[in-house]
Design a protein around this ligand. Structure first.
Ligand SMILES: NC(=O)C1=CN([C@@H]2O[C@H](COP(=O)(O)OP(=O)(O)OC[C@H]3O[C@@H](n4cnc5c(N)ncnc54)[C@H](OP(=O)(O)O)[C@@H]3O)[C@@H](O)[C@H]2O)C=CC1
Ligand SMILES: CC(=O)[C@@H](O)[C@H](O)COP(=O)(O)O
Ligand SMILES: [Mn+2]
Length: 360
């Protein structure tokens, strides 16, 4: 029986983790639940699963991580506020089922050097796919990682055609039903930029050997190309319960967790290059990834501020990535990366982004 603690239990990842556990009560026991502000939703979940240990807010979630004994902690919190809980999980020695990509990207080596080999199990669909593709290979045999991107709701549009798009349109993701921030990030392709950095940190492959291809069907979740020219891809209908279940009982698979592909009807999978003129965020993310230090944290913090401003009607859609670029450009990294210098850089990035947005 695996003891599971879920952070962000009321969100998209959290509720899908609960779906998997509800259907497999003989394999999993929930020992703790944490949400942000939805106290009533959290209370109902705790009642359903008979859980006594709960927390509201990131600080409380971090305390819960340290006080409850768990085998696996799912970090399904949104945003860089998930960093404290991520570091706390790594300290406890529990496996970290990581959906909160922001904490890894923002923390960088502060996170990776605290993690034991295999302690971080990716939940993000692309990284779960890559981990599955790598199961049978040697590190030296990997030539390239290829992350798939759906292209989001605005795939095929020119930069000019993105000028007037609305928050409602940005939230209409073509293939996945996710929380507001990650859905907006899919529309700007910032999500894919963050995922390139996430892939570099998880699999230690240099940025010039991590590519993105646009695959609108979201069936091939990513691929690994090997030195002999062979490519292994992981494919399944878009359903996060599959990567979540793999992380909950890693390395075992949970039978029946998702529907398999249907090979009896005609279907088409397509792949196309990313339009980097309309969507410059992936190139920008690669630049900040290569620069390292506090640059990825600054990129992410500026994005978080810009996404909120976009939904508040204070910033046009194109302003999101433009703001990130301006904040990154103005950043001066600290001499040393520590939790303090990281927090300072994030604060600076948020203030700078807010100032640029207010100035219009
Ligand atoms: N949804 C998906 O399919 C995928 C998501 N991810 C990643 O997983 C993470 C979660 O995404 P998703 O589930 O879609 O997001 P949601 O917005 O649906 O859920 C976010 C969860 O985090 C909680 N939360 C928010 N702020 C805080 C805080 N300050 N302290 C503690 N908890 C907080 C929310 O609580 P409350 O409800 O109380 O506000 C909620 O439970 C993100 O990093 C995202 O990029 C990655 C791949 C796929
Ligand atoms: C399901 C998942 O992992 C998301 O992060 C997904 O990647 C979003 O889709 P796109 O960013 O490819 O549009
Ligand atoms: Mn993803």
């Amino acid at each position: 029986m695996r003891r599971i603690l879920i952070l962000g239990s009321t969100g998209s990842i959290g509720t899908q983790a609960l779906d998997v556990i509800r259907a497999n009560r003989d394999r999993f026991e929930i020992v703790g639940l944490a949400a942000g502000r939805d106290a009533e939703g959290l209370r109902r979940q705790a009642e359903e699963f008979g859980v006594a240990a709960t927390a509201l807010g990131a600080g409380d979630a971090e305390r819960l991580v340290r006080s409850v004994e768990a085998d696996v902690v799912v970090n399904g919190i949104t945003g860089s506020v998930g960093l404290g809980p991520t570091l706390a999980v790594l300290e406890t020695g529990a496996a970290l089922a990581l959906a909160n990509k922001e904490s890894l990207i923002v923390g960088g080596e502060l996170v990776t050097r605290r993690a034991a080999p295999g302690q971080i199990v990716p939940v993000d669909s692309e990284h779960s796919a890559i981990a599955q593709c790598l199961r049978s290979g040697e590190a030296g045999e990997v030539r390239r990682l290829v992350l798939t991107a759906s292209g989001g709701p605005f795939r095929g549009r020119t930069r000019e055609q993105l000028r007037e798009v609305t928050p409602r349109e940005a939230l209409a993701h073509p293939t996945w039903d996710m929380g507001r921030v990650v859905t907006t990030n899919s529309a700007t392709l910032v999500n894919k930029g963050l995922e390139v950095i996430e892939a570099h940190l998880l699999f230690d492959v240099p940025y010039d050997r991590i590519d993105v291809t646009v695959h609108p069907q979201s069936i091939v979740h990513s691929m690994v190309e090997f030195v002999d020219g062979s490519t292994i891809a992981q494919a399944s209908p878009p359903d996060m319960r599959l990567p979540i279940s793999l992380a909950l009982d890693h390395p075992r698979r949970v039978a029946g967790v998702g529907a398999p592909l249907d090979w009896t009807t005609a279907s088409t999978w397509t792949f196309e290059p990313l339009d980097t003129a309309a969507f410059p965020s992936v190139s920008l993310a690669k630049q900040v990834g290569v620069a390292g230090s506090t640059y990825p944290a600054v990129f992410n913090a500026a994005n978080e501020q810009a996404v909120e401003a976009f939904h508040d009607g204070a910033l046009p859609f194109l302003g999101i990535v433009d703001t990130i670029a301006r904040v990154v450009d103005a950043h001066e990294p600290p001499a040393e990366l520590t939790r303090e210098s990281l927090a300072d850089a994030e604060r600076w990035a948020r203030t700078t982004a807010d100032r640029l947005i207010a100035a219009g």
